[in-house]
Design a protein around this ligand. Sequence first.
Ligand SMILES: *[C@@H]1O[C@H](CO)[C@@H](O)[C@H](O)[C@H]1NC(C)=O
Ligand SMILES: *[C@@H]1O[C@H](CO)[C@@H](O)[C@H](O)[C@H]1NC(C)=O
Ligand SMILES: *[C@@H]1O[C@H](CO)[C@@H](O)[C@H](O)[C@H]1NC(C)=O
Length: 256
Amino acid sequence: MHSSSSVSKRLILIYVLAIRLLLINSELSLNTTNEYLNHTCLVSLGKYKAGSEYDQLFKNIMKMFYKNSIRGYDYFSEATFTAILQCRGDSYGPKCRDCFVTALAALRRRCPWYKGRIIWYDQCLLSMDSKYSIGQIDYDNSFCMSNAKKVVDDGISLAFIKVWNNLVDDLTELATTGDNSTLYSVGEKRYKGDMVYGMVQCTEDLSRKACQECVWYNTFHFHDCVDNFRGARVVGRSCTFRLEFYPFIAKPVRNI
Ligand SMILES: *[C@@H]1O[C@H](CO)[C@@H](O)[C@H](O)[C@H]1NC(C)=O
Ligand SMILES: *[C@@H]1O[C@H](CO)[C@@H](O)[C@H](O)[C@H]1NC(C)=O
Ligand SMILES: *[C@@H]1O[C@H](CO)[C@@H](O)[C@H](O)[C@H]1NC(C)=O
């Protein structure tokens, strides 16, 4: 009697542990699909206090963002406060909401009480600012990440640079023209035996012209980080673009 009950207790324990392991694993695999990229606390804009007007506004706007995150983006601006949520073009519905929730919690932890703060994930960007900045290009808060592997081991490949420049130009055009342009586009081009996959996106508060300017500025500014590598991304507060030698957007992409 005694031993059989302790055996079944042990079985239950093993069962519970197994479920926990499964949960942890699925959590891990979920997170790797939306990797944390970077964050910045804009220290010079100062801090706010709990219960202040700023705090109240921040909380209200975050509630609104939570609701609207389903559509893939949101933004709000007044004289002393701007907030922007922008999910990657293929990330809307619960995917965007999940990214927003993760980003907001991480931003509160990493930049506690800072009025200005930005965090980037693979699938979304969340930023706060203490002035009116909707529609304005942020030239300061951008960074570039490139893969270690080079396109050619010694020197540069002008042929590759040409393909890459054409791809980013075409994608920018695609993202900023047409009746229903969403400031987002994906596409691919052939480079020798490989396919190069690309993506361009601006935050939805920008005009089409500002979007083009942002991408052009960053392609020029970061060309050293992009030109020679088998994959790179420039990520900013206003615009982002990425190229890889493998498809990184789940949906079928357009060949341009
Ligand atoms: C995965 O993300 C969730 C929130 O989306 C977080 O609670 C959890 O701690 C993360 N897990 C790991 C292993 O980073
Ligand atoms: C993170 O972003 C900041 C700009 O906001 C940049 O200066 C820094 O180099 C970036 N860090 C990494 C690891 O890319
Ligand atoms: C643009 O959107 C409108 C309304 O949502 C729709 O009627 C129209 O067909 C769309 N145009 C294109 C080119 O997709």
